[in-house]
Write a protein that binds this ligand. Structure first.
Ligand code: UDX
Length: 437
């Protein structure tokens, strides 16, 4: 059995690495030749724990990396894992996926097998039936459900635990018509994930499941963030105790109740916008989703307002940002709230110094010489008038009084309440904690 994976980003490269390390015969395909070369040499183009090790394992077995789409001609399964970026109106841009399926279709003509194409890329409900299927049938002169299978197979992995999530998903969703292809796909997934529920449904429901999943997670975060803002006005209140306790109720669940500066990353903000846009087009007023987004956008104002209350005019004030990655254990800064914060502070002419254990290189691509980059936390704190902790990197949890002494004024804003239990000799503000009167 041969499997092709088209598009070697977070989802595609994780899948490629996990399957090949298990010994499957895999071809990982990406149009970016430079990227392919790196991957072929066992180097991941981005930081993701466990990824390089898993990839290198795969490369010792039957993994091939290439930019040549014609290699899919003998494949039994073809996973499509290309990106679906965002247009300015919130809708998703299908250019890349349309091109990828067009090329697959051209090569389908030469395929003597009846391959199954699994779409992992996140697409708005109806896209597979109305756009992807017609491209495949027209360009290949073959019929879906007869000559090849077409299945929506959304992905739920999280960055920073991509390898673990690929190995142990909470569910497998297979959206397709009930054909022999579904049986074959089920067999593959049963072998890969023996104890994981497999949900068979139609294309459009599978597509919607992905949006339901991510918009619910975003809702949970905005809910706890709104409560955290209320807590700030209750002297002595602590949002973490509240989150932990309501999370014990199985109807609520304990995850995604950590208040902070808002959700970022390459998926939640984009998927929320796409779903809102889709609802509007469909004539449904997405009032709840709009509110979730509004809370998320406004969350940053909290931090800026605390900064201004304390420092007054921010022009020329030296402000340190700890963490620019959208979450710890990644170098990804896409839609990171910390990046948004820096942009806003720069508009107010503040002088910014940043520190991040992994994301400096990516941050430099955005701000270049406009901000300072510190190699160590101590250097970042030196002569600073305010430090804002944005990402929960383990290193920041270990900050001590000894390090804050390098600051000009010891003013700390902790957007993740990482230092709350410490006896610090600083002026300490944290999102979600009511200050004692
Ligand atoms: C998300 C989904 O979780 C995943 O299922 C989907 O496949 C892709 O999108 P990811 O983008 O990797 O994954 O990040 P996630 O861990 O969901 O975090 C998103 C954002 O929410 C981060 O900015 C994070 O800091 C924030 N967050 C998360 C909170 O502020 N509080 C929480 O309790 C959880």
């Amino acid at each position: 059995m041969k499997i092709a994976i088209i598009g070697l980003g977070f989802v595609g490269l994780s899948l490629t690495s996990v399957l090949s390390s298990k010994g499957y015969d895999i071809i990982g395909i990406d149009i970016d030749k430079e990227k392919c070369e790196k991957i072929e040499n066992g180097i991941s183009p981005f930081f993701e724990p466990e990824l390089e090790k898993t990839l290198q394992n795969g490369l010792k077995k039957k993994l091939k990396i290439s930019s040549d789409f014609s290699l899919i001609k003998n494949c039994d399964f073809i996973f499509v894992t290309v990106g679906t970026p965002q247009n300015t109106n919130g809708s998703i841009d299908l250019t890349i996926i349309k091109k990828a399926v067009s090329t697959i279709a051209e090569n389908l003509q030469k395929n003597k097998k009846k391959p199954i194409i699994l779409i992992k890329s996140t697409v708005i409900p109806g896209t597979i039936k109305k756009i992807i299927l017609p491209i495949l049938e027209k360009k290949s002169n073959k019929k879906a459900g007869k000559d090849f299978g077409l299945i929506s197979n959304p992905e739920f992995l999280q960055e920073s635990s991509a390898i673990r999530d690929t190995k142990f998903p909470h569910a497998v969703v297979l959206g397709t018509n009930n054909t022999e292809f579904l049986k074959k796909a089920k067999k593959l997934f049963l072998k890969l994930h023996p104890n994981v529920p497999i949900i068979s449904t139609n294309h459009q429901t599978a597509e919607m499941i992905k949006y339901a999943n991510n918009s619910f997670l975003a809702t949970k975060i905005s809910f706890i963030n709104q409560l955290s803002n209320i807590c700030q006005e209750i002297p002595g209140a602590n949002i973490d105790d509240i989150g932990k306790t309501i999370g014990l109720d199985p109807r609520i669940g304990k995850l995604f109740l950590n208040a902070g500066p808002g959700y970022g990353g390459s998926c939640l903000p984009k998927d929320m916008k796409a779903l809102i846009n889709f609802a509007n087009i469909s004539g449904i007023n997405p009032s709840l989703l709009n509110a979730v987004e509004e809370v998320n956008t406004k969350q940053l104002e909290q931090i800026i307002s605390i900064t201004k209350q304390k420092l007054g005019n921010l022009a020329s004030k030296k402000i340190t940002i700890l963490g620019t990655a959208f979450k710890p254990n990644t170098d990804d800064i896409r839609d990171s709230i910390a990046i948004e914060l820096i942009k806003k502070l720069l508009k107010k002419k503040a002088k910014i110094t940043i520190h991040d254990p992994k994301a400096i290189k990516n941050t430099k691509k955005i701000f270049e010489e406009k901000i300072n980059y510190a190699k160590t936390i101590n250097a970042a704190l030196s002569k600073s008038e305010c430090v804002i902790i944005m990402t929960q990197w383990k290193q920041y949890e270990e900050l001590t009084n000894n390090q804050f002494k390098y600051m000009k004024t010891k003013f700390v804003i902790d957007s993740r309440r990482m230092l709350v239990k410490k006896q610090l000799n600083v002026d300490y503000y944290a999102i979600g904690l009511g200050r004692k009167n």
